[in-house]
Ligand binder design. Structure first.
Ligand SMILES: [Zn+2]
Length: 70
């Protein structure tokens, strides 16, 4: 899927989101125990990195933010 405008729960506005990288998918699988994480996007607003799915603006409580790469 391509980057797209989606509502970001933590920014409280429509922001650009991109699909997760392979490394980020591994991280999210570890975090959530989910096997399938292809539907998730990351907010690319500065310092946000909040994760949402294409359909659910707030799939996690508390919210999850993609860690910065090392
Ligand atoms: Zn955001």
């Amino acid at each position: 899927m391509q980057p797209q405008q989606l509502y970001c729960y933590t920014c409280d506005s429509d922001e650009h989101h991109r699909p997760l990288t392979e490394n980020e998918k591994v991280w999210l699988r570890d975090e959530t125990g989910r096997r399938k994480v292809d539907e998730f996007f990351m907010c690319t607003a500065p310092k946000c990195r909040n994760v949402r799915s294409g359909f659910n603006k707030r799939p996690f409580d508390p919210v999850r933010r993609v860690p910065l790469p090392d």
